[in-house]
Design a binder for this molecule. Sequence first.
Ligand code: ADP
Ligand code: MG
Length: 226
Amino acid sequence: MARPALVLKNIRQDYGQGESLLHVLKGASFTMKPGEMVALVAPSGTGKSTLLQIAGLLEHPTAGEVIINGRNAADLTDDERTALRRNDIGFVYQFHHLLPEFSALENIMLPQLIAGLSRNDAKERAEQMLDYLKIAHRGEHRPAELSGGEQQRVAIARAVANAPSLLLADEPTGNLDPGTAGYVFEALEALVRQSGLAALIATHNLDLAGRMDRRVTLQDGLVVAA
Ligand code: ADP
Ligand code: MG
């Protein structure tokens, strides 16, 4: 079997302390194969964002193991974790989080420049991505000049610009009207299918969830099949 893109083993996450201690995750385990698209569908407050932040090495769990492409995060130095996050993981959020003072093109170039690509190579790749997402003509515009659907497509392009193997998306279409959500998801799906990256996508949209390879939910702090 191919090496999993993501393994979560017995993840526990507690917030607060003393009497107000909140057990959000209580030993959640979950494995994703390369190229797999999985919907994470669960009610608000059940820990979807927490799980994604932990899987993306943005938060340390109270206990448990996170293994990305065979590398156990617990064995890494802070610098190695940062490098793994930058190179292997892409994030998309409900709100685009693009840098307002930069153009769409520059927003997609930035992670590549940080990863050490030349300006020309980064620009070429960013242009290809915009073209692929059918917004080539919007490259010079700043985020505020783009529609919600265009902003999210730029955010998706930025997330996958460094060719990560794992994409984590936290309600990426949650802020869009149904029609726009549909075509933004199609763009995301096409990218995932074409590049073979594994994608874990939290969504409340059952229609979109139905188009993914499988669905999981969070129940009493555990990941279970939906
Ligand atoms: P979801 O994304 O499914 O809506 P979250 O992961 O955001 O759920 O939150 C799960 C629970 O953990 C909620 O009760 C939330 O209030 C709590 N929580 C999340 N992050 C923190 C934090 N940094 N400190 C304290 N409580 C938190
Ligand atoms: Mg959330």
